[in-house]
Design a protein around this ligand. Structure first.
Ligand code: PLP
Length: 397
């Protein structure tokens, strides 16, 4: 077996199962899970219909490159959403469909990393664990940048030494962040592009939460917005990852895309051809319908807005908690060790949350997730409100 498999950390939910496995929760309270980041709002009926209408496509092999119509729909969506001048995104060269961002983040890393003893994949800390596992299996070392309260829960990129940038092959960004909800400002993205040019690394921007924001008048910028402002029409060294999972409540459709640097995507396409991960044609046709519609995404945001307002009203007075810039998580500081909080909350109130330290790594004695927990506001409003009230009762206990 591949020795690198031994380097993989147990997934946070495995650790959670080990923490809670022997605990008896309060029998009089029904279970509420704020742990898994799985959207629970209804999937759009028109997407389900498009999928059903095209089931006969099961009879054909899909291509890895995907249908031109899907790549065109995605290119136009990117141009509209991130103010990219019309025509800059060539659907033939700048877009690839992927079966959700999870597999794409992983396989992209395998395709891009040039194995060497000093290769680094730099990521935020806390982080989505795929970045770390992908780096280790690609033969690189993960390097973690702490996302602390004092820096708006974003990495302090100015504090990263030149030696790290020199060894960096991929810089993962996650904006809005999981679990912090922090958005990376446009000026920071522009500075990072300059650094990528100076030190020759690729920026992989995981933007799968980009459509979950609060102010309809100001959708958050992404890496493509930064390219547009810089006049960088070739998107050199920049690749973005997007998904229908959170935007459109379609986590089971397994549909997303990567877009950006044509040379990088060419290599990634070659890798994917061997990897064997083409998107089924019926999924592609359903995805076109989803990318072409914004009404269901606005309705989705309305639901999250309502939940954040209601939950923050209950938890704000008793917890150090901030409304995020985007996404569907809260990342509060808790008044005790995070795992203890999580276990005792489960036992007394039958509410499941994720200990922050399960989503982050300790570096130089500091674990940015310690004493924090992640709450995913994915359940229906009434359930989120009930969970918030139980958390408050637990804290006030
Ligand atoms: C930060 C982040 N990136 C990527 C993903 C993967 O999402 P999907 O594969 O459904 O697009 C998730 C899912 O929870 C996530 O939180």
């Amino acid at each position: 077996m591949n020795n690198a498999l031994q380097k993989l950390q147990p997934y946070p939910f495995e650790k959670l199962r080990a923490l809670l496995g022997a605990v008896q929760p309060a029998a009089d309270k029904r279970a509420i899970a704020l742990s898994i980041g799985e959207p629970k709002h209804t999937s759009p009926a028109f997407v389900a219909q498009a999928l059903a209408d095209n089931l006969d496509q099961m009879a054909v092999y899909p291509t890895t490159l995907g249908l031109p119509a899907l790549r065109e729909a995605i290119a136009h969506w990117c141009e509209r959403r991130f103010n990219v001048p019309a025509g800059w995104i060539d659907p033939a060269r700048h877009v690839l469909p992927v079966n959700g961002t999870r597999e794409a983040l992983f396989s992209f890393t395998q395709a891009v990393v040039n194995r060497s003893d000093d290769a680094l994949v730099v990521s935020p800390n806390p982080f989505y664990q795929i970045y770390e596992g992908a780096a280790l299996l690609a033969g690189a070392q993960p390097h973690y940048l702490p996302c602390l309260d004092q820096n708006g829960f974003n990495p302090d990129f100015d504090a990263v030494p030149a030696e790290i940038w020199q060894r960096c092959q991929i810089l993962f960004l996650c904006s809005p962040g999981n679990p912090t909800g922090a958005l990376i400002p446009l000026d920071t993205l522009k500075k990072l592009i300059a650094l990528a040019d100076q030190y020759d690394f690729i920026i992989a921007a995981d933007e799968c939460y980009s459509e979950l924001y609060f102010d309809e008048q100001s959708p958050p910028p992404g890496l493509l917005s930064a390219c547009a402002e810089l006049g960088r029409s070739d998107f050199k060294r920049c690749v973005v990852f997007h998904s229908l999972s959170k935007r459109s409540n379609l986590p089971g459709l397994r549909s997303g895309f990567v877009a950006g640097d044509a040379d990088v995507l060419k290599g990634f396409l070659l890798y994917r051809t061997y990897h064997g991960c083409a998107m089924p044609v019926q999924t592609q046709l359903a995805s076109i319908a989803a990318w072409n519609d914004e009404e269901h995404v606005r309705a989705n945001r309305d639901l999250y807005r309502e939940k954040f307002d209601a939950v923050l009203e209950i938890l704000g007075p008793v917890l150090d908690v901030q409304k995020p810039d985007g996404g569907f998580y809260l990342w509060p500081k808790v008044p005790m060790d995070d795992a203890t909080f999580c276990r005792d909350l489960f036992e007394q109130q039958h509410v499941t949350v994720v200990p922050g330290s399960y989503l982050s790594r300790e570096v130089n004695g500091v674990n940015p997730g310690a004493s924090r927990v992640r709450l995913a506001l994915v359940a229906p409003l009434a359930e989120c409100v009930e969970a918030a009230q139980r958390i408050r009762t637990f804290i006030e206990g």
